[in-house]
Design a protein around this ligand. Structure first.
Ligand SMILES: Cc1cc2nc3c(=O)[nH]c(=O)nc-3n(C[C@H](O)[C@H](O)[C@H](O)COP(=O)(O)OP(=O)(O)OC[C@H]3O[C@@H](n4cnc5c(N)ncnc54)[C@H](O)[C@@H]3O)c2cc1C
Length: 394
């Protein structure tokens, strides 16, 4: 076996990639593992709203990779994979490195999708990075200080990100701005649980968030949105120009992948079609998981793009990588739906799953504790828990 035949390269250190690396590193012995990730810090995205509202601190939800991986037997290269030649088992990085791997994991996640709507990139904010949180905090601060009449923020997309963000923003801005939550479908949280949907609807009403369903964004401009209201039977769509002080785009995402050769089969959202052992269809010795992978549950339904899915896939993939290197049969992935939790403003949440249905401050605490147990690595979990305990004593 040549020197690199056993090297497992993991592209992307988010939920899928980092947890695969950590799960493999827990096995003794394990093959050499190289994580390629351009960012300095892992980001625990489900708690990003609490960073925006200052309920949590950045070191808690965004630990540094060098601290997480110290002494774990995982090498980290701060770089980005730009091209993969699956037949040659080679990859190239943005900084010009050329590497040969034995097994490759594509865990490069997703990116915001504009769906071709003009002006999204130029005039709206996203919400999936530390830089996005900073930009949004600056906007909130500006609106609080300026206090001009009829200040308005628009959040586009009433999926989980849009709903959770609208609730936090409403709490942060109070009466200084109106929050418009704009959804082209007929319902908020369309694929969510009915209990959480009811709780979310009630929370939005309490906070005076204006939910507009059946409303499509045609264009985003510097200080306005062009909207089309898809009216009921008999009436054609009605257009409206809505003046806004800021737009946050939370309308959906698509897979973010490096250039791949040979070009593999892609499914909805540009996601890689995967076999049930998480190997990528048509690319030998390449595996994928998380938001960039299109995998199915036992009933053949497409799995959602959630951290919960990526986390469970990581455990299985770590085992399958070892099986694959040992030429053993691979295991199939079986999704275990543990339920759904959403935050609904400062100190408030709703959750349902595993026999528990709860809303309000108790749900908020339970959600934080559940996520504490999911933070990467025991040392980091203990450090965060110690911080929370000392906060309670103050
Ligand atoms: C604001 C927000 C809130 C969320 N809340 C929840 C929630 O409450 N519950 C839940 O289950 N899910 C939630 N999700 C979804 C969840 O975070 C994602 O499903 C999960 O992060 C997917 O994991 P991933 O590894 O595929 O991608 P990511 O976690 O996005 O990680 C991808 C990583 O790949 C890196 N990368 C990208 N391109 C390259 C490249 N070419 N080379 C090397 N590295 C690369 C990126 O820098 C990133 O670190 C939320 C998402 C967002 C944005």
């Amino acid at each position: 076996m040549a020197a690199n035949d056993a090297l497992v390269v993991i592209a992307g250190g988010g939920f899928g990639g980092l947890y695969t690396a950590l799960a493999m590193a827990d096995r003794r012995p394990h093959p050499p593992i190289l994580l390629i990730e351009p960012n300095e810090r892992f980001l625990f995205l489900p708690l990003l709203y609490e960073l925006l509202s200052d309920e949590l601190r950045s070191w808690e939800i965004a630990p540094r990779y060098d601290a997480l991986l110290a002494g774990r037997g995982v090498a980290w290269l701060r770089d980005r994979v730009v091209r993969v030649d699956a037949e040659g088992h080679r990859l190239q990085t943005a900084q010009g490195r050329d590497l040969i791997y034995g097994r490759l994991v594509l865990a490069t996640g997703g990116r915001p999708e504009s769906f071709g709507v003009p002006g999204v990139k130029e005039h709206s904010l996203g919400f999936r990075s530390l830089a996005d949180v900073e930009r949004l905090q600056e906007l909130v601060q500006r609106l609080r200080l300026e206090r001009r009449p009829l200040q308005r923020l628009a959040v586009i997309g009433a999926g989980p990100t849009g709903v959770e963000l609208a609730c936090k923003l409403a709490d942060l801005l109070g009466e200084t701005a109106v929050i418009e939550l704009i959804e082209q479908g007929s319902e908020l949280l369309a694929s969510g649980r009915s209990f959480n949907r009811d709780q979310a609807r009630a929370a939005l009403q309490r906070k005076d968030v204006r939910l507009r369903t059946h409303t499509r964004v045609l264009a985003v401009e510097a200080e306005a949105l062009e909207l089309s209201h898809e009216a009921g039977a008999g009436n054609g769509p009605r257009r409206e120009t809505l003046r806004v002080d800021g737009v946050i785009w939370a309308a959906g995402s698509s897979a973010s992948l490096p250039e791949l050769h040979p070009i593999p089969a892609l499914g909805s959202g540009g996601r890689l079609r995967c076999n049930d052992d998480l190997s990528v269809e048509g690319l030998a010795d390449v595996f994928a998981l998380g938001d960039g992978a299109l995998a199915l549950d036992d009933e053949g339904r497409v799995l959602p793009t959630t951290a919960q899915v990526a986390f469970q896939q990581a455990e299985l993939l770590a085992r399958n990588l070892l099986h694959s290197l040992a030429s053993e049969p691979l295991e199939s992935f079986h999704w275990n739906d543990l339920g759904e939790m959403i935050s609904l403003g400062v100190g408030n949440a709703s959750l349902t799953g595993l026999g528990v249905t709860l809303a309000g401050p108790a749900a908020f605490r339970l959600r934080q504790i559940a996520y504490l147990a999911r933070l990467p690595g025991l040392p980091h979990q203990l450090k965060v828990a110690a911080g929370w305990l000392s906060d309670l004593r103050r």
